[in-house]
Design a binder for this molecule. Structure first.
Ligand code: ZN
Ligand code: ZN
Length: 118
C-alpha cells in the first residue's frame, strides 16, 4: 500500500511535513513555551512558595498513604489562558502535588477532562 502522503504543516511558513494539521512544533495544544508565557511568572512563584509552606504534602500521594513533599501547585481544573483565566488564582482550584503526581495528572486526568467527576 502507498505511503501516507505528507503535507505541509499548516503553520504559516513552516516547512515541516505532517500527516495532518501541524507539526510537533506548532501543534496548538502543545504550546509548551517558556513557563512564564503561560502565566507562571514571578508573582506565581512567590505565591507557590507561600502556598507550599502551608500545604507541604502532595495530596495524591497522601490519598495512597504516602508522605511526599509537594513541589508544584496544580490547578484542579486545568487553566488554559494562564492568569487571564479566572481559575488561575482561585485558591479552591489549587492543590499541592509532587512532580510525579503532577505529570501523571496532567497526562492522564486533565486529558480526559474533569467534567462530571466529583
Ligand atoms: Zn510547523
Ligand atoms: Zn505525589
Amino acid at each position: 500500500m502507498p505511503a501516507q502522503p505528507l503535507r505541509r504543516c499548516s503553520y504559516p511558513n513552516c516547512r515541516n511535513r505532517v500527516k495532518s494539521g501541524r507539526c510537533e512544533e506548532h501543534k496548538p495544544k502543545d504550546t509548551r513555551e517558556s513557563s512564564s508565557k503561560r502565566g507562571y511568572d514571578q508573582k506565581w512563584r512567590k505565591y507557590r512558595t507561600e502556598y507550599l509552606k502551608h500545604n507541604p504534602l502532595c495530596v495524591m500521594c497522601l490519598e495512597k498513604g504516602k508522605y511526599t513533599p509537594a513541589t508544584v501547585i496544580d490547578h484542579i481544573q486545568p487553566v488554559e489562558n494562564g492568569q487571564a483565566d479566572p481559575r488561575f488564582w482561585d485558591i479552591n482550584n489549587h492543590q499541592p502535588l509532587c512532580r510525579d503526581c503532577h505529570s501523571y495528572k496532567t497526562r492522564i486526568i486533565d486529558k480526559r477532562g474533569y467534567g462530571a467527576k466529583k
